[in-house]
Every structure is written in structure tokens, then in C-alpha cells.
Design a protein around this ligand. Structure first.
Ligand code: CP
Ligand code: NVA
Length: 305
């Protein structure tokens, strides 16, 4: 496995399968690797709020014998102009890993290039690969294969990008997107084609009712991601046709599952009756973050313990 996990593109099919199998074992027995990290310190830098990612990493690191410490960039000299490169070199002398949530994706790549040990992307405005890896695990738990149609409805953002990329490596049968086209990354169809070797078909359908027809999974995320709060009014207006409500779920015409990375804005991108329904797996997704991230850490640290 590569030193860092910054993007869904950083992981191969074989590595994903290895993580899924370890993740399942850890889910059955959480306390199997209690001394794996043997006291190694992992620095968690969170420049944006987090409930699931921060707590699941904190708990996960502890449960495999590591020591998490938490900071944000404004507490560091980075805020006063010290370079990312110098900061990374200094951290290499103190800690054995960094889990980082911040705005700019490229600054995380610079950090990783200059840091000796693994760097894990805990969300940038560009990608959220830990979410995607664990969501793919949740999908596998439900269907036992990837011969499915998933439709992402709403904002094409970090969560959608990472999810589409990982599902392509897993050669999912169909990915559909329905949302405002101006946010869709033009390079995504090419990336899907490349990662799946042509096995995944990608469709864009502006009408959400048509898009979800026959979907096994309907996935959505907030309309206003962290860092985009100044666009709230405008975004809510253009996203409103893409609300996932009971009517839309009925349009799938079959038993479909509802997924959301959380936090949800109830009444905006999803209604209570959908998120609280029997076909919603949002809390399984949240739980699986813990097991899958522990499996990811163990796989990454095999070369470092
Ligand atoms: N899904 C997710 O990453 O949640 P948090 O923002 O609470 O970490
Ligand atoms: N797209 C959301 C995901 C939060 C987990 C954001 O970036 O705010």
C-alpha cells in the first residue's frame, strides 16, 4: 500500500478487499489489535468541525494501541507563515502519523510529501476518501457484491467524487448522478472509465425521478458543504429539486437503500421520513467508519511497526 491515503485513487482493488476482510473481523471483535501501534503517537489536525471522523479516528487509534493528539492549524506556526514543508519535517521527528481535515487538498499533498510516515485525508474540499472506503464497505455488507446501480442526488462534492472513484475501482455496475450540472467535475467520466477499466457505466440525468429508477442505492449529501456557507441561499435554491423525499424513493420502483455520510440537514437534502425509514442505513455507515478506519490504519502501518 502507498504511504498515504489522500485520495480514493490511492488504493487498489486488492488493498480494498484486504481492508474489507480485516474490517469485518474487527467489527466482530473490536479488541483484537489492542497493542498493534505500541504507543505510537498520531497527530490529528482538524481545521473544520467533525463528529464522526474525529471521534472514530480518536477511538480507533486508541483501540489499536496508538495515542491520538488533536490540534488545529491556528494553534500552529503555519498560521504565522511557517511553511507546510518545514512543519512536516518537524512533525517527522515527533509523531508517527497525521490524520488531517482541512480546506485545500494540495496542501495535504505537500504535507504528505514532506512527512516520513502515513498521512490520512480526513476530508478536504476535494475528497473524503475515508468516507468513501467505509461506504463501499457498507454497500458490500448489504449486497455482498457490486453488481448494483447507485444514484447520487444533489451536490457533486468531495463525498460524491471520492465515492464515485472508489466504486469505480470496485467495478460497480452503474453510477448515476442527478444534480446541478455546474458542480459536476468534467474529468469524472474519464476517471470512472479508467479506474473501472470500462466496467462501470456512468450516467448523468438532470431529472432525479428518472435517475433513481431501478436504483439499489440512493445517496445524498448536504447542499452546502463546509467552506461554502457564503453560497447557502443560492445553493439551496438550485438544489431544491433534488431533495430525497418519500416520493423520490418510491420512484426507484424497487426496494432501495438510502445512504448519507451525515451530518444531514433534515428538511433540506433529505426528509425525516426517508432518513428515519427502515431502508436508511446512515447509522450503519457512521458505525462502519470506526471499523474500516482501524483496518485502514493497520494496513498502512504494517510497514511502520
Ligand atoms: N461524515 C463525516 O465525515 O462526518 P463528520 O463531519 O462528523 O466527521
Ligand atoms: N460535503 C460535506 C461532507 C461532510 C462530512 C462537507 O464537506 O461539508
Amino acid at each position: 500500500m502507498k504511504k498515504d491515503f489522500l485520495s480514493s485513487k490511492d488504493i487498489s482493488l486488492e488493498e480494498i478487499n484486504e481492508i474489507f476482510s480485516l474490517g469485518s473481523r474487527l467489527k466482530k471483535n473490536r479488541y483484537k489489535y489492542l497493542s498493534f501501534l505500541n504507543g505510537k503517537v498520531i497527530l490529528m489536525i482538524f481545521d473544520k468541525p467533525s463528529t464522526r471522523t474525529k471521534v472514530s479516528f480518536f477511538v480507533g487509534i486508541k483501540e489499536i494501541g496508538g495515542v491520538p493528539i488533536s490540534l488545529n492549524s491556528s494553534e500552529l506556526q503555519i498560521g504565522r507563515g511557517e511553511t507546510i514543508e518545514d512543519t512536516a519535517r518537524v512533525f517527522s521527528r515527533y509523531v508517527h502519523g497525521i490524520v488531517i481535515r482541512t480546506f485545500d487538498h494540495e496542501s495535504v499533498e505537500r504535507l504528505a510529501r514532506n512527512f516520513k510516515y502515513p498521512v490520512i485525508n480526513a476530508l478536504t474540499s476535494y475528497e473524503h476518501p475515508c468516507q468513501a472506503l467505509s461506504d463501499a464497505f457498507t454497500i458490500y455488507e448489504i449486497f455482498k457484491n457490486f453488481n448494483i446501480k447507485l444514484t447520487f442526488v444533489g451536490d457533486f462534492n468531495n463525498v460524491a467524487r471520492s465515492l464515485f472513484l472508489i466504486l469505480s475501482t470496485l467495478k460497480v455496475r452503474e453510477i448515476w448522478f442527478s444534480g446541478p450540472m455546474e458542480f459536476l467535475d468534467e474529468s469524472i467520466p474519464r476517471e470512472i472509465e479508467k479506474l473501472s477499466n470500462g466496467a462501470t457505466s456512468f450516467f448523468v440525468e438532470p431529472d432525479p425521478k428518472k435517475a433513481v429508477r431501478g436504483s439499489d442505492v440512493v445517496y445524498t449529501d448536504v447542499w452546502v458543504s463546509m467552506g461554502f456557507e457564503n453560497q447557502e441561499k443560492e445553493r439551496e435554491k438550485i438544489m431544491s429539486p433534488y431533495q430525497v423525499n418519500r416520493d423520490l424513493m418510491l420512484s426507484t420502483g424497487k426496494k432501495s437503500f438510502f445512504m448519507h455520510c451525515l451530518p444531514a440537514k433534515r428538511g433540506k437534502e433529505v426528509t425525516d421520513e426517508v432518513i428515519d425509514s427502515d431502508y436508511s442505513v446512515v447509522f450503519d455507515q457512521a458505525e462502519n467508519r470506526l471499523h474500516v478506519q482501524k483496518a485502514l490504519l493497520i494496513t498502512l502501518y504494517k510497514n511502520f511497526v
